[in-house]
Design a binder for this molecule. Structure first.
Ligand SMILES: C[S@@+](CC[C@H](N)C(=O)[O-])C[C@H]1O[C@@H](n2cnc3c(N)ncnc32)[C@H](O)[C@@H]1O
Length: 376
């Protein structure tokens, strides 16, 4: 079975199936790559394994560390910084479906990567209606060659997609294929009122959420969550940290909590993740199990270069109260506990009931059931 036959079932309709036939995934995967989560593929050494991975519903990593480290099996196993991949086909098509394309639409993609999504868009709409922007010029060059193999030539721009591409605005659809903590105002400004933005929102307490936003004529965008999916973050919005609190000798304020910290550690996306992200902006969550006796330290870290606040909560087996240490101007554990209890008090609302409004000033507000019922 070739990759078209294997992947056709992910295409939501006949038009997308035709686009897939024109832009098959195999044209966009390099000869050596890392098929997530655990397989090194090498087309020359094992063409069958390579073809099977291409035809599988897995992301395929094609770059690490912004290309500063060559992609080798040893390097990819050492790093956590995947910086380009050809996303899993089911997720690619879920996003394309959410775009709700019509033949006349002009589309801007942010994050060309391998060029596969741009190729599918160009096969569906025609080259002239598709622009894709990529921050990394090496990746953009590879994408152009991949697209050429499929006989496709959408406009490829090298630049920082956080600013969109004003020369081509307004667009009917904007599709980001890198994750964002906050939706750049430029994307809203460059989308025609009534148009749609599909973007992976990289929520702080979770895996990431494919979000579909409709642009209103007052420069705001209102949206709901399509499904969970993790995407690598847009360069400017990555977590940047040069110091870790456990490496410093700063002492925080000590208190205790009865809420089991593992409850928060287990929040991984979903409605609770959105609720916590909505209340605690710019916080990263880490859990650390330093000893075999069962001690788990649960860290909450304010993110960003100048971030000061942190909290550490120790889970000890059998304890009725758990020790909390909090440092800095924010009390991150108190904020987290209050937000989690708020979600429980609201009756554990599901993901389908939550939504987001973004203004051109990049203020993001989350709501329950309808945009006039803000939760933050
Ligand atoms: C998951 S990959 C995109 C996959 C791609 N759509 C495909 O079909 O292969 C994310 C891409 O976003 C790019 N990227 C990250 N930050 C960016 C930015 N600020 N502007 C444009 N592209 C960016 C990365 O270099 C990477 O190629």
């Amino acid at each position: 079975m070739d990759d078209f036959e294997a992947l056709a079932s992910f295409a939501p309709d006949d038009e997308w199936r035709a686009a897939l036939q024109r832009a098959p995934r195999r044209f966009f995967i390099p000869e050596v790559a890392w098929a997530s989560p655990d397989q090194w593929i090498d087309k020359r050494a094992d063409p069958h394994a390579w073809a099977a991975a291409v035809a599988d519903d897995r992301p395929i990593v094609t770059q690490i560390n912004d290309g500063d480290t060559p992609l080798t099996v040893e390097a990819v196993q050492r790093t956590t910084e995947y910086t380009c991949s050809c996303s899993a086909p089911s997720v690619v098509f879920a996003c394309l479906h959410a775009l709700d394309l019509h033949a006349h639409h002009r589309v801007l993609e942010i994050g060309t990567g391998t060029g596969w999504t741009a190729g599918l868009l160009a096969a569906r709409l025609g080259d002239a209606k598709v622009t894709s922007i990529e921050v990394d010029s090496t990746l953009a060059g590879i994408a152009a060659a991949n697209l050429d193999r499929a006989g496709l030539s959408p406009r490829l721009v090298v630049g920082d997609g956080a600013g969109g591409w004003s020369d081509g605005a307004p667009f009917d659809r904007v599709h980001a294929t890198c994750g964002v903590r906050s939706v750049p105002g430029a994307w809203i400004a460059q989308t025609r009122p009534g148009g749609t933005i599909v973007v992976p929102l990289a929520a702080e307490f979770g895996t990431g959420l494919i979000t579909r936003l409709d642009v209103i004529d007052d420069g705001t965008a209102v949206g709901r969550f399509v499904q969970e999916a993790w995407y690598m973050r847009m360069r400017a919005q990555r977590i940047v940290r040069t110091e870790w609190p456990w490496e410093s000798d700063l002492d925080g304020e000590i208190s205790t909590t009865r809420l089991d910290p593992r409850t928060i550690a287990a929040v991984n996306g979903g409605a609770a993740g959105v609720w916590l992200s909505a209340h605690l902006r710019n916080v990263d969550v880490l859990s650390w199990a330093p000893d075999p006796e069962g001690l788990i330290v649960h860290w909450l870290l304010e993110s960003g270069l100048r971030a000061e606040s942190w909290a550490a909560v120790d889970y000890r087996p059998g304890a009725a109260h758990f020790e909390v240490e909090q440092y800095g101007p924010r009390r991150l554990w108190d904020e987290t506990e209050a937000a989690y209890v708020g979600w429980l008090r609201a009756g554990r609302p599901s993901l389908e009931r939550l939504g987001i409004t973004v203004t051109a000033g990049e203020v993001q507000r989350f709501w329950l059931d309808s945009p006039d019922h803000l939760i933050t």
